[in-house]
Every structure is written in structure tokens, then in C-alpha cells.
Design a binder for this molecule. Structure first.
Ligand SMILES: NC(=O)c1ccc[n+]([C@@H]2O[C@H](COP(=O)([O-])OP(=O)(O)OC[C@H]3O[C@@H](n4cnc5c(N)ncnc54)[C@H](O)[C@@H]3O)[C@@H](O)[C@H]2O)c1
Length: 364
């Protein structure tokens, strides 16, 4: 709709005005926009001339991921918890064309710590964000996960596979949270006529992951950099696929633009790799040497995951970034970040030694 409006403006209207009008009509809401994927998505949306409202409670996201964007007049950061209906009510007054729901604490180690928050972000949070989309007449995209398939018995997993999930198992707070979020998204869409779509994301990595992130790739790289053994849970023969965040963001935009109302789309890497082979690939890409510490999983693990991506590929999406290329990129970024942290720590120690005031280093 906005496209038609902008295109029909008289040719005498300047590009600046056109951009302004187009951008105003193209305001997006990105919930979870200070997180790893969200902050990459926000950047691409801004580069495409959109206005972006980013909401995040910073529970697992980082201010540093969006700090530079705060200068951009098209970008607005609002710190709020999407599961809080009262806090979300203020967003009902804004007018959005697209709503992306990525707000949920992530990482398997966080299931035991933030399980309740995962359940709330995907239930109440999804409900509140759907209401905002309905009020604006916006398209709504819910980011689900490969974990919605639980411990799959069928390979590869197509969207039609209902999964193998234990509703009260140790990973259920995350798995069932996302499954509930999917059910609510579909039902609400049908009942209230909201245009909705769901993307089930398989393991993704890339820039703006924190070196403190306990997910497998950052954990392995950070351990190698620090000269510590990398943790591998179980015997390392479990398989995963890995997708670079640039490919993921391209997929989210593809589904938002060309996906069908009420449909679910898998997105993930095409090649299965064992965790032991991943460790070898990380060493190869970074040139670092080190050992792995094989240990019992602290919660429980799934033997494998492999997405059938034919449905999203039918929309024109393709994986482009190779694992080797992506690993080299994230390694370079970690080196820069860790170097920066060291410099801040050293200057703090020096200032304390000089008897200066004790200041906290900014969170990287
Ligand atoms: N990275 C992956 O491999 C992967 C795989 C499957 C699914 N996903 C999904 O993609 C989305 C983004 O994941 P990510 O990897 O960027 O993780 P992330 O933890 O970096 O990002 C999630 C963001 O949501 C924010 N958040 C959490 N609860 C919130 C709440 N109640 N209100 C407002 N903000 C809240 C966090 O602070 C964080 O910034 C998540 O929904 C996640 O479940 C990611």
C-alpha cells in the first residue's frame, strides 16, 4: 500500500521528501533488536530506508550491539519487557508496517536460569506484539526455533513434521515456549485477520555474538583464544547445521516480503556437521591450537538437526556464506572485542594504581 502511495507522488517531489514519506510509512518494530540476530536485522532495515523502533529488555542482548545506531534519526530504542502488557500499550499508538518478534532469552545454558522468562516472552510477549500488529494492520513475523522439533526422529525436518518434544522435559521451557508462540501466532492471525508468518531458525552464528555467549561456536572460539579447552558435550558425534547471520537476515526479510500468511518456514545451513568436526573446522579457520574437554551435557542434548529448506528456497532464498568464511569473520571480531576489553581493564588498573577514582568499564 505504502509503495503505491509513494510511487504516485508527482515527479517534482524531491528525493529527500520521497524518502521521508516512504520511510515514515515503512516503520518497523523489532522486538529483541539489541540481541545478536535482532541487531543485525535492524541494521539491514535501516540501510533499506526503514524507520525502526527497537524494543528490548536487555536480558540477553547488549547495549553495545546498538550503541552506534542511537545517533540515527530513523532508529529509536525503547527498553521494555514485551511480556508486560502495560509497557507495550504505549506502542499501540505507533503505526507499524512490519513487526518482527525476536524477543526471547536464548541459549541452552539459559533454559535453567531464564526458563520462566522464555515462556512469558513467547506467550504474553507474542500476544502483546500481535495486538500491536493488529492495531497497525502490520505484518507479523514470529521467530521460532529448530527446538520446536524437539529431539527429531525424521531427517531432514520439513515444516510438516510435528516433532518429538517432551512437554515437561529439561528443555521444555524453551521448546514449548516457542511451540505455544507458534500456535498463538497462527490462531490470532486467523481470528483477527492479522497477516502472520513463522520462521523456525536452526543454529545461526556471526557478528555481534558476544565472546561470553555459551552457544557452541562462540564458546569454542573464545576458549581457544583464552587457551582453555573447549567444552564438547557427549561424545561429539551429535550433528548440527550452521547458518551465517547475514543469510538468516536475508531469509527473515524474504519471508516477511514474499512468504504466505499463516505459513511456517525453516531456515538453516544445508550441511550437517558433527560437533567434533565443527571443533576441527574452528581450529582450521582460526589457526588456533587447543584441545576439547568432552563432558556430560549439563541438561540434555539432541542427536541431530537438519532443516529441509525447500520451502523458503521456493521464495528465492539461498544460503551464501560458507562456514569457513563465517568462522574467520567472527574470530576477527572476537579478537578486536577482547583486545578492547583488555585495554579498558588495563587503563582501569593504571588509574587505580595512580589513586584515581574507581570507574566501571563500559559493558562491551
Ligand atoms: N541464534 C540462533 O541460533 C537461534 C536459533 C533458533 C531461534 N532463535 C531465535 O531468534 C531470536 C533471536 O535470537 P538471538 O540468537 O539473537 O538471541 P539473543 O539472546 O541475542 O536475542 C534475544 C533478544 O531478546 C531480548 N529479550 C528477551 N526477552 C525479552 C523480553 N521479554 N522483552 C524484550 N526483549 C527481550 C534479549 O535481551 C535479546 O536482546 C530468539 O527469539 C531466538 O529464540 C535463534
Amino acid at each position: 500500500m505504502w509503495k503505491r502511495g509513494v510511487q504516485s507522488l508527482p515527479s517534482t517531489v524531491g528525493v529527500g521528501v520521497m524518502r521521508k514519506l516512504g520511510a515514515r510509512a515503512k516503520r518497523c518494530l523489532v522486538a529483541g533488536g539489541a540481541g545478536f540476530i535482532g541487531s543485525n536485522l535492524v541494521r539491514v532495515l535501516l540501510a533499506r530506508g526503514m524507520q525502526v523502533d527497537c524494543v528490548d529488555d536487555l536480558s540477553t542482548g547488549r547495549q553495545g550491539n546498538i550503541a552506534d545506531l542511537k545517533q540515527d534519526p530513523s532508529f529509536r530504542f525503547i527498553k521494555l519487557d514485551v511480556s508486560n502488557a502495560e509497557a507495550c500499550a504505549r506502542l499501540l499508538r505507533r503505526n507499524y508496517g512490519e513487526v518482527y518478534h525476536l524477543a526471547c532469552p536464548t541459549g541452552v545454558p539459559n533454559i535453567e536460569i531464564l526458563g520462566e522468562e522464555m515462556l512469558l516472552a513467547s506467550s504474553s510477549g507474542t500476544y502483546n506484539l500481535l495486538a500491536i500488529a493488529r492495531r497497525s494492520g502490520a505484518r507479523f513475523l514470529f521467530t521460532s526455533t529448530a527446538e520446536a522439533y524437539g529431539d527429531p526422529q525424521v531427517f531432514p525436518q520439513a515444516e510438516s513434521y510435528p516433532g518429538n518434544v517432551d512437554p515437561v522435559g529439561p528443555r521444555s521451557a524453551y521448546e514449548e515456549a516457542k511451540r505455544f508462540g507458534e500456535a498463538l501466532t497462527c490462531f490470532y492471525g486467523r481470528k483477527h485477520g492479522v497477516d502472520v508468518r513463522i520462521v523456525r531458525i536452526f543454529n545461526t552464528y556471526g557478528p555481534r555474538m558476544s565472546p561470553d555467549d555459551q552457544r557452541v561456536i562462540p564458546q569454542m572460539i573464545a576458549s581457544l583464544i583464552n587457551g582453555e579447552p573447549a567444552s564438547i558435550y557427549g561424545d561429539g558425534s551429535q550433528t548440527r547445521t550452521f547458518l551465517h547471520v547475514n543469510d538468516l537476515v536475508a531469509g527473515l526479510l524474504t519471508v516477511m516480503k514474499r512468504g504466505c500468511n499463516g505459513e511456517v518456514y525453516n531456515i538453516g545451513g544445508s550441511k550437517q556437521i558433527t560437533i567434533t568436526a565443527l571443533f576441527e573446522a574452528v581450529k582450521e579457520a582460526t589457526g588456533l591450537k587447543g584441545s576439547a574437554a568432552y563432558q556430560r551435557h549439563f541438561i540434555s542434548d539432541h542427536r541431530g538437526r537438519w532443516p529441509d529448506t525447500s520451502k523458503i528456497e521456493a521464495l528465492g532464498w539461498r544460503q551464501k556464506v560458507s562456514l569457513d568464511e563465517g568462522l574467520r569473520e567472527i574470530y576477527a571480531e572476537f579478537l578486536t572485542e577482547l583486545e578492547l576489553r583488555r585495554a579498558v581493564e588495563e587503563s582501569l588498573v593504571a588509574s587505580l594504581a595512580r589513586g584515581g577514582s574507581r570507574r566501571q568499564p563500559a559493558r562491551a
